[in-house]
Design a protein around this ligand. Sequence first.
Ligand code: XMP
Length: 509
Amino acid sequence: MDKILVLDFGGQYDQLIARRVRAEHVYAEIKQYDAVSAADIAAEGYKGIIFTGGPNSVYAGGAPRVDPGVLRLGIPVLGICYGHQLLAYTEGGRVEPSKEGSEYGRTVLETDGGELFRGVPEKSVVWMSHTDQVSALPAGFVSLAHTGKCKNAAIADPGRRLWGVQFHPEVTHTEFGRRILGNFVTGICGCRADWRMEDFIERSVERYREELAGKDLLLALSGGVDSSVAAVLLHRAIGSRLHCVFVDHGLLRKDEGDFVERALGRDLGLNIIRVDAKERFLSKLKGVTEPERKRRIIGEEFIRVFEDEAKKLGDPKILAQGTIYPDVVESGKGASAVIKSHHNVGGLPSRMSFERIVEPLRELFKDEVREVGEKLGIPRELVYRQPFPGPGLAVRITGEITGEKLDLLREADAIFREEIDREPGAGASQYFAVLTDTRSVGVMGDARTYGYTVALRAVTTDDFMTAEWARLPYELLARASGRITNECRGISRVVYDITSKPPATVEWE
Ligand code: XMP
């Protein structure tokens, strides 16, 4: 399989670049600029290298530099933004703050064509974000494109297979960005477009069938997308020797445990051990109101339950997890033995000694994981489900958690989600109900009530790092509120959360 190296110089779009390359069906992987030498790169057999952007100025002390040997390997290089400036600087060109000031946002690019711009019109819109620019070209380089403020917006030494662009082809605002990246990876680098999820599945199944012959694996199944897809993929390879432990801590949404068991166990044949640990969790959580303590208790108890189940299974020596590529990149650029903190609530026990950890999705981005999930026949409802926190409904109940409150919240939450799901255009990325600890007076029939207040939360977001509260139609909110107060005895008031993140978080606790 041909592959591209994305050399990361601290840009905010490094993962996006790799995803765009993969969208061209070419495998791309990200490495920190100082984590690989020119010799490593040559030995790995990359067909092309992309230098990412970055926040520095090439002249600044401590600015990330590239080993000039990388430019002598004969492997095509494309520098983007900082990467473009670094390429020019390393080859003896001049980079300086632009006299016209910073150039930011949509800009018209004029190009004379050439391999990189094949199929791109003479004038097109690109996304710029820079202060410095290449003011004098290195020997052997030519300018391929300019904008009103930037005369060397694209440069190349085609003979030496070196290209640089000041703009960002990876962002969607760059009209022909996809074409430009495609020209680089499949045209200039000559990569075969053979990174396809069907092949990925086939390769993985074959590999694990061989490597794990006769061995038993343990997997903590949360019912989230990643662990479910990892489980189904491994099940294809080793069948019932994969033991999926699904801990039902009693903090799941309405019917969720049954749904996961049915969809993955009954319908897809996975060997699922559903552990009913509701009582264990509830008794540990009794009287606890502090959010962080709740999370800690749940994380620790999860580990205890998991350990108990592992023991019953004879302590399998191999652990499988649904780690995905962004986890790998973010947790120290490829450190493999780090166990993904399970559900982000604790981490698996260090005293359980696994000989090996198997992470079948560690090369995949989330959208690729979803594609694999669909191709494996996992229902869309599971593959496209919204995120659900590991500590579950515990972080959606303020104050003490009791069985009664959990039941109330499950009902209210199911109603709200049902109403939104009925309205395909509602456009929220995540939505749920929160049971607050506030009670208020109401009236029902002729009687006074004194029930809980439920808060409805719906947000729109791309990455969950920031989020906007969703502008849901009033009619929808009215239906949800009417049904919740009618159908959930014990809830007398419904409010809608109109806070974005920041300053609030998505979850309440
Ligand atoms: P916050 O509340 O931090 O949430 O704005 C951002 C996203 O993360 C989810 N979330 C969690 N997911 N374990 C998880 O696996 C957790 O402990 C956890 N806490 C929050 C939240 O649902 C939202 O999508």
